[in-house]
Ligand binder design. Structure first.
Ligand code: NAD
Length: 435
């Protein structure tokens, strides 16, 4: 059992802290956001993530999990300090490392014993070396500092599950003793561990996300061609996925990828390549296809209605994917903004993301308390996130409640065959139009 500190208590930091305390370590999570820490200390999770709050409360009660805004208090006894702060995209496409640099300064100023600093945040190649240099520059105590890159692969919406049942844990280190200790900390997870050098570990994270984004943009391009030739992309994806060299995962067409990782990480990798005088043409195409894909439904609805002014649209789903309240780079934002710009009225519903959405979306957007309230009397419904609630929603209710039932489904929630049994005009992605 080790004393661990986690800097940054967001989606990655909180999940990591909770899961490391669950396998027996003493964990103290630090954040600069006092409101977040107050909430956590009252036993409430500031984010929606399945199973997280229950596990968090359990470990707070077991006195293995603490929260603070005080870096010096947190680092006093910590043998390992994880960095899990945000690395958002800057306007020039590169990752913003301000929070990383701040965290490194705090470690330099407040670490009091020999320490291993583990970077969980997704950072550009060479950043771990920069982190070490900053820490050494600000170091107050006479201690040894080692750096380990341990990129995170969890997915929002299944983050706790992914931490316990991930495919691999990557440990990139120069110092083998440091790598051994991080391996020992993670042993109870019983997940295969892959050890490498720091730069390769940094690259594994970007290459993995870029590859998954490529699969998504690839199937979205195939979907567009399927629509033109009259094929059904779902059958195409099944037929492709049956080949074990291809696999089924990430072959689901839709409104493209969003969230806090794929968009910024693909852009960051593209800029890393450009900085090295290499034009990563394939990745550029992946990014461009995704941008186009996100507003595909706007193109479809304009083709159907001509002008959108005066139309009332329901948007079902605001989060960038189901089982999260995260709206970062969500397709809902760009679609709703376009509808409003084109003069349509928008009423939205999401099972958990509406609080966050109210802070982001244009002020004229209305929010409903149920699917029924959202779709009532509307000219068209747009499905932007594939929440189970929408998939299970009885189709006859669209017929009963809408002006004339027209659905634009950006996530292929309903079967084409089933839809044929209802008087609903149905547009989806890469499949034939129904009725
Ligand atoms: P987040 O924005 O949810 O959380 C970051 C937290 O760090 C915030 O609460 C912020 O207040 C805090 N913070 C910033 N500076 C700090 C400082 N100096 N000291 C203490 N706290 C500080 O971010 P996230 O989604 O958890 O992502 C964190 C990193 O992990 C990013 O690099 C991201 O790319 C990567 N990652 C994210 C995911 C994901 O699904 N969200 C998955 C894998 C990797």
């Amino acid at each position: 059992m080790k004393n661990l500190a986690i800097v940054g208590t967001g989606y990655v930091g909180l999940v990591t802290g909770v899961c490391l305390s669950e396998i027996g370590h003493n964990v103290i999570c630090i954040d600069i956001d006092q409101g977040k820490i107050d909430k956590l200390n009252s036993g409430k999770s500031p984010i929606f993530e399945p199973d997280l709050e229950e596990l968090m409360i359990k470990n707070i009660k077991s006195e293995r999990l603490y929260f603070t805004t005080d870096h010096s208090e947190a680092f006093k006894n910590s043998e390992v300090i994880y960095i899990a702060v945000g690395t958002p995209q800057k306007s020039d496409g590169f990752a913003d490392l301000t929070s990383i640099e701040q965290a490194a300064i705090q470690i330099g100023l407040h670490a009091k014993r020999d320490v291993i600093v583990v970077t969980k945040s997704t950072v550009p190649i060479g950043t771990n070396e920069k982190i070490k240099n900053i820490i050494l520059q600000y170091l107050v105590s006479d201690i040894k500092v080692d750096i380990v890159s341990n990129p995170e692969f969890l997915r929002e919406g299944s983050a706790v599950r992914d931490t316990f049942y991930g495919d691999r844990i990557v440990i990139g280190a120069e110092c083998q003793d440091a790598a051994n200790l991080i391996e020992e900390i993670n042993k109870p997870f019983q997940i295969p561990i892959f050890r490498t050098d720091i730069i390769s570990a940094e690259m594994i994270k970007y290459a993995s996300n870029a590859f998954l984004a490529t699969k998504i943009s690839f199937i979205n391009e195939i979907a567009t061609i399927c629509e033109k030739i009259g094929a059904n992309v779902e059958d195409v994806a099944i037929g492709m996925g049956q080949d074990s060299r291809i696999g089924y995962q990430f072959l689901k067409p839709g409104l493209g990828y969003g969230g806090s990782c794929f968009p910024k990480d693909t852009n960051a990798l593209f800029h890393i390549a450009t900085h090295e005088d290499y034009s990563f043409a394939l990745l550029k195409a992946v990014i461009d296809v995704n941008k186009k894909q996100q507003t595909l439904l706007v193109d479809k609805v304009k083709q159907r209605f001509g002008i959108l002014e005066g139309k009332k649209f329901a948007v079902l789903g605001l989060a960038f994917k189901p089982n999260t309240d995260d709206l970062r780079e969500a397709a809902s934002i760009v679609n709703i903004t376009r509808f409003i710009e084109e003069g349509a009225e928008v009423i939205a519903f999401d099972p958990v993301a509406m609080q966050n959405a109210k802070r982001i979306l244009p002020a004229t957007v209305q929010f409903a308390q149920s699917i029924e309230e959202a779709i009532h009397g509307t000219d068209a419904v747009f499905i932007v996130t594939e929440w189970k609630e929408f998939i299970d929603f009885p189709l006859n209710k669209y017929v009963e409640l809408m002006k004339k039932p027209i659905i634009f489904d950006g996530r292929n929630c309903y079967s084409i065959i089933k839809m044929m049994g209802y008087p609903i005009e149905y547009y989806s992605i890469g499949r034939p139009v129904v009725n």
